[in-house]
Design a binder for this molecule. Structure first.
Ligand code: GLN
Length: 543
């Protein structure tokens, strides 16, 4: 068994290290954030509740020392009364886990408004549950017998914020989702040049188990059966079958945050007995000379079927997806499982080929790398933000989970996570929000940007902000608007632009001042004339 890579990588990809130590003084402020309800005292339950709301769960290894410290401090029965921490005790309890706890308290994690994401996922789960269309895979009895009503969604951000809803503790087989990790392992071991001498990287445009090859006689890509069989031929060829399987299972475990994955032996046995198509693919590839010399075809096919029979729940799959979103580093354990290059290649092929012959449509409407499996699993990656796992066994005609696809659709409807949403922005026009923003951040930044640009007379910047749906008559805390500032600074073309855009010509700031007052006060007579005309205000006599 090759030594698994382990140890902490201190590269920038590891965000948990990123928090600056705020020092003793402001750690007291962090304490105050948690202890809002009872100043000076903090109950551990309140601390855990606030962390939980930010998506940092009790079993998160990054707060393990804090949890152990708090558990040690709990009064043993029959003693009564809640344990309350002083600021000093809080500092002592959290001293090993300050980075993550401070970032959670300060709303500095990848999805700062995590409760809003949770509420959306709860709503989406509730709405999509009503959809009973599609049918479970029936090619083996073990899949045909699965309760089709089951439905789980789990999310994990690149900062390890987690939430799950539905049947998130029920195990299911990876099936084709295993193809992602299989491909990554080949890249890590051989590099892309060698790997792609044996497998292409074009979508096939055909079903996942179609008996078809590219012009060079190779599988079209690693995300369909033929390509995944090829990946299995390339992974750890020097090891015996048991160690090769352990190597893959261990990799899933590391990606998923350290909890062991399962194996469904009956699925494996059933698949092996009905794998005519996969055997046909294997023999065809051998006939074409696609495999590296010395490949044991039967062992390779068995290894492929074993990989499909690995079991996880959506909690684990979401963490694995988040590890991909986080460039290969598991957000919970900081374990650098794959290199960023490997993940980049894998996400590229998931984007173009991950959803069988629905991949083009998925890239168009959802615009994110994803991989599905016939068990009803769907793993979705939002690079640098989060991983999402959806499981619901009823499949559509392409073999994708019906509810899985619908959840993706709805997520992309509410959030600007489609890769090219960066061109169309957020706000009223698109109806999309940016999950990366703090609560109220987009509105606040818009107004600050507007006032700053107005004071400089920067019409282009104001146009850009208008395109991002920032209301041009928005006012800051003092009631000052872009028109006040443009008038005060004498920026005539901006004043004209704003008036032409229909902003209120007579907004009143907190001191009762209008843009006309600003123009007068600053001696911009021509602007004062213009504003007086527009507002129908009698002109002041010239001084
Ligand atoms: N075990 C299945 C097969 O090889 C996996 C395919 C899938 O999930 N699409 O046919």
């Amino acid at each position: 068994m090759p030594a698994a890579k382990s140890g902490k990588r201190t590269a920038t990809r590891s965000r948990a290290h990123g928090a600056a130590d705020r020092g003793g003084e402001s750690h007291a402020d962090v304490f105050a954030c948690f202890a809002q309800d009872s100043p000076g005292r903090l109950s551990p339950d309140r601390l855990l509740k606030v962390l939980n709301e930010a998506g940092i769960l009790r079993d998160d290894p990054r707060i393990a020392e804090t949890i152990a410290h708090l558990d040690r401090g709990r009064p043993a029965p029959p003693a009564t009364g809640p344990l309350l921490l002083t600021a000093e005790e809080f500092t002592a309890a959290t001293r090993h886990n300050r980075g993550i706890i401070e970032r959670a308290a300060c709303g500095e994690l990848a999805v700062p408004d995590f409760p809003a994401l949770v509420a959306d996922l709860q709503r989406i789960h509730e709405e999509v549950r009503a959809d009973r269309s599609g049918a479970v895979a029936s090619y083996i009895p073990q899949l045909a017998r699965v309760d089709p009503e089951q439905f789980a969604i789990s999310v994990c951000t690149v900062d390890g914020q987690r939430f799950s809803i539905g049947d998130a503790d029920v195990n299911f087989c990876l099936q084709s989702v295993s193809k992602t990790v299989g491909y990554c392992l080949t890249l890590e071991e051989h590099g892309p040049d060698t790997v792609h001498r044996h497998v292409g990287r074009e979508p096939s445009g055909q079903g996942f188990n179609e008996l078809t090859f590219n012009k060079a006689g190779l599988p079209h890509n690693p995300m369909i059966n033929a390509g995944a069989i090829m990946s299995c031929a390339l992974i750890q060829r020097g090891l015996d079958a048991a160690d090769r399987f352990d190597f893959v299972a261990e990799t899933w475990k590391r990606l998923a945050g350290g909890r062991s994955v399962g194996f469904n032996n009956s699925v494996y046995l059933s698949e092996r007995n009905t794998a005519d198509r996969n055997f046909a693919l294997g023999y065809s590839m051998r006939e074409r000379g696609a495999f590296p010399p010395g490949t044991d075809l039967l062992a390779t096919l068995e290894f492929y079927i074993q990989c499909c029979s690995i079991e996880v729940d959506t909690r684990q799959m979401a963490v694995a997806a988040a590890s991909l979103a986080n460039a290969g580093v598991c957000p919970l354990t900081e374990d650098p499982v794959f290199s960023a290059q490997t993940v980049r290649h894998c996400l590229s092929l998931m984007s173009s080929c991950g959803m069988y012959d629905f991949s083009g449509e998925f890239a168009f409407t959802i615009g994110l790398p994803a991989k599905s499996g016939v068990s009803g699993a769907l793993m979705l990656v939002v690079p640098q933000l989060m991983g999402i796992a959806i499981w619901s066994p009823r499949l559509d005609g392409h073999g994708n989970s019906v509810r899985g696809i619908e959840v993706c659709r709805r997520l992309v409807d509410c959030y600007n996570v489609h890769t090219y949403d960066l061109l169309t922005g957020t706000g009223a026009e698109t109806g999309k929000r940016d999950p990366r923003l703090k609560r109220h951040q987009s509105a606040t930044e818009g107004i600050v940007g507007l006032c700053f640009a107005a004071s400089r007379g920067d019409v282009n910047e104001i146009r850009r902000l208008a395109a991002c749906n920032i209301p041009l008559d928005a006012a800051d805390y003092d009631g000052r608007t872009a028109l006040h500032l443009a008038a005060a600074e004498g920026h005539r073309s901006l004043v004209e632009y704003l008036l032409a855009k229909g902003v209120d010509p007579r907004p009143v700031d907190r001191w009762g001042g209008t843009p006309l007052d600003d123009a007068n006060r600053s001696g911009h007579r021509d602007l004062a004339r213009l504003l007086a005309e527009v507002t129908g205000t009698p002109r002041r006599p010239a001084p």
